[in-house]
Structures are given as structure tokens and as C-alpha cells.
Write a protein that binds this ligand. Structure first.
Ligand code: KG4
Ligand code: ZN
Length: 376
């Protein structure tokens, strides 16, 4: 397994972060993320340094509802946004006049939250006359491995994640295989036809009464369980194409639990988690194998197989994709854990990448709840 070496420590739920070495000549971008249940800001420079990074997680506020409540999330973003931005500047020892570019998520996501971050960024950019970048949240996930990633080849080298690469983007809201040809150049190879992988993790954890978010808990439980005890379907596996389906796995879990007569003790839960997770891993590997065989991917010859998004934290998915990459003579790259789930650093980095290719806001931008990467 690759190491999560270049991890920036972030105290989830608390407004604090770390600083790393500053480069006075680099371009500085302030990135703001607020599309779901994290209010986050970061200052990242064009030399790939994260000067400061704060993630204010609302997870404790949503936990009792078993998922994110959009109205509560929007209110929490309003309360947190100013502090998060100010503390990010303070941590880096910078004032707003030191910043060169402002970037914020403009979609897709929960629109109340997106509006809060986007309006804050727009106000700062207008007041300071600085360039503004409207970042697609999914592009943040897609490009962050170029800011920082562990590359499985024995050495640490974020420069190794060069275009084009084949990306498994799996989060709470999305599940896609993309050929990343460049900034703003995303070719959709496959996607879910129903639920996302993260949704399946969250819903099955909820059925088991394990809490929210489900992914990290299932990942931990699965390590202790027997993956052969329960038989979950592998929807769409071994059928042509690269699309996913996770709703059948979820229904199978519901039916198994409803019919179950055995005690639901720790061993049961661990085995259930391990069996479910093995099904998800098999689906991901099968669909990626198909993706590697498509004409688009074969002709682009990507050197690196990359995983990103919140589900990229999953240890079994990382291990299986690392093996698949090695079998196909490719590097495997994954962002450090702190840059998998939603964060401001990925938005700041996408801001820098977009600014480099001249993609800055020149007319008013309306935040979008839906914004497919292929529309960039
Ligand atoms: O990217 P993200 O922070 O938010 C969205 O943009 O949706 O992803 C959150 C998702 C949740 O569904 C969470 O359960 C999942 O990422 N997740 C994991 C793990 N850690 C977080 N899923 C599987 N294994 C994990 N270790
Ligand atoms: Zn996300």
C-alpha cells in the first residue's frame, strides 16, 4: 500500500490547521469550498505548497439525522464562512492583499451552501479587484492529485500525475470514470446509473445503525470481517460498458437484514461490512478493467490510474486499484486522506490550474446545483 506521507493535519470540527513553507515568488490562491457539509478555505501556491488549510466540518450537526440536511448546512456555512476565511489568512500570515487569485466552488452541490461560499468569494474579488475563478467541485476532486498525491512506485512525486490520467472519481454524490486529458478536458468513460458509491456506504451503515458518514466506519469494520459470509450482487459486472449500479447492492442489504434471524452482533456487522465492501471493490475493478479496454483510453495511453473523492479514502479500493494499475503497467496515485473528502485546498489548486489556462470569471456566474464535468 502507498503511504499517506504528505498529510496536512487538519482538526476536523475545529477551526485550526497547519502551515508549511512559504515561497514569496509563487502565485497565491485563496480557495473556498462550501458545497456540502464542510466549510473550508485554503491558501495554496503555484509551487504546490499548502500555506494554510482549514476545514470546519458540520458532520456532528448532521449526524443525528443520518445524513446532510441542506437547510441546516446552508445556515452553518453562513455562520462559519467569515471565520474560516479570516483564520486561513491568519494561519498563513497573509492579508488579503497578498493573495493573487480568489477561487470558490460554484457548483455542483447543495445550492444554499454553494451560494454562501460563492458570494463570499465574489465579494472579496470585487472589493480587491483580484481575478476570480468559478471552480467546479468535481474538478477540484479531479485535479487535486496534481497538487499532492502518493504515487505507488516506491517514491513520492506529485509531478508524476501528468495528463492524461484515468480517474475513478467516487464521492458521496458522484461515481464516474473519467479520462482526464487536461484542465477542463474530461471525457466521461462510465458513471453510475443510480446511486453513488458513497451513498451506498452511507445507506448501508445507516441500515446497520453505524452512524454517519458510513464510509469510514464500514472501512474499519470490514478489516475485521469475513468477506465471504454474505453474498452481495455485483450489478452490471461482466456486462459490456463501464457504467456502475449500486442500488441493487443496497436493496440486497435491506432484504438480507429483513430476513435475518441470526444475532446482529459485532461479528455479524463486521462480516456484513466486509462482504458489502468486497462487492463494491469488485464492481470498481471490473468497470475500470473495461475502461482500460476502451478505444478512448487505449489511444490516450494514460500512464497513471488515479482515485479521488471521499470514497478514495477506502483502504480496500486503494489496494485493489493499486494492484490493477501494477497489472496494467501503470502508476497508481491517490491524494492524501485529508485531500480526498471535501476541502478548500482542492478548490484553491483548481483555481491555480484554471487561472494558468486563462479561465477566470469575466461576467457574472450563477452557482449551479448540477454541473457535469463534461460541460466545462
Ligand atoms: O467527496 P466527499 O467528501 O463529498 C462529496 O462530494 O460527496 O465524499 C463523502 C463520501 C461519503 O459518502 C463518505 O461515506 C465517503 O465519502 N467516505 C468513504 C470513506 N471515507 C469517506 N467511503 C468509503 N470508505 C471510506 N474510508
Ligand atoms: Zn466532494
Amino acid at each position: 500500500m502507498i503511504n499517506d506521507e504528505k498529510l496536512i493535519r487538519i482538526n476536523m470540527g475545529a477551526m485550526s490547521g497547519d502551515t508549511v513553507a512559504d515561497d514569496a515568488h509563487a502565485t497565491l490562491c485563496l480557495g473556498i469550498e462550501s458545497s456540502c457539509d464542510e466549510t473550508s478555505a485554503a491558501i495554496v501556491d503555484s509551487n504546490r505548497n499548502i500555506l494554510s488549510h482549514i476545514i470546519y466540518s458540520q458532520i456532528p450537526e448532521h449526524r443525528k439525522y443520518g445524513g446532510v440536511v441542506p437547510e441546516l448546512a446552508a445556515r452553518a456555512h453562513i455562520l462559519a464562512i467569515d471565520d474560516v476565511i479570516n483564520q486561513t489568512l491568519n494561519l498563513a500570515g497573509k492579508s488579503i492583499s497578498d493573495i493573487d487569485i480568489i477561487a470558490a466552488t460554484a457548483g455542483p452541490g447543495l445550492i444554499g451552501g454553494v451560494l454562501v461560499g460563492w458570494m463570499a468569494a465574489t465579494a472579496i474579488a470585487q472589493a480587491t479587484h483580484k481575478p476570480l475563478v468559478a471552480v467546479n467541485h468535481l474538478e477540484g476532486h479531479a485535479l487535486v492529485p496534481r497538487l499532492s498525491a502518493a504515487v505507488a512506485s516506491g517514491t513520492w512525486n506529485s509531478n508524476s500525475v501528468e495528463f492524461p490520467y484515468l480517474l475513478m472519481l467516487a464521492s458521496g454524490g458522484h461515481c464516474q470514470i473519467l479520462l482526464v486529458r487536461g484542465v477542463g478536458q474530461y471525457e466521461l468513460i462510465g458513471q453510475t446509473i443510480d446511486d453513488s458509491a458513497g451513498e451506498a456506504f452511507d445507506k448501508i451503515a445507516k441500515m446497520l445503525g453505524l452512524g454517519y458518514p458510513g464510509g469510514p466506519i464500514i472501512d474499519k469494520r470490514a478489516k475485521l470481517g469475513d468477506a465471504t459470509r454474505f453474498h452481495f450482487p455485483r450489478p452490471l459486472c461482466n456486462t459490456p460498458g463501464c457504467d456502475f449500479s449500486f442500488s441493487g447492492i443496497k436493496t440486497a442489504a435491506r432484504v438480507m437484514l429483513d430476513k435475518n434471524t441470526e444475532p446482529v452482533d459485532d461479528a455479524f456487522i463486521n462480516d456484513f461490512c466486509a462482504s458489502f465492501q468486497a462487492a463494491v471493490v469488485d464492481c470498481i475493478v471490473n468497470r475500470l478493467e473495461h475502461a482500460l479496454g476502451t478505444d478512448a483510453v487505449k489511444s490516450a495511453m494514460p500512464k497513471t490510474l488515479v482515485v479521488a473523492g471521499g470514497v478514495a479514502k477506502n483502504s480496500a479500493i486503494r489496494a485493489a486499484m493499486e494492484k490493477l494499475a501494477a497489472e496494467n503497467g501503470m502508476f497508481f496515485a491517490a491524494p492524501p486522506m485529508s485531500l480526498c473528502t471535501d476541502n478548500g485546498a482542492m478548490i484553491a489548486w483548481a483555481g491555480i490550474e484554471n487561472w494558468r489556462v486563462g479561465k477566470i470569471v469575466t461576467e457574472p456566474v450563477a452557482p449551479r446545483p448540477r454541473w457535469p464535468l463534461t460541460e466545462l
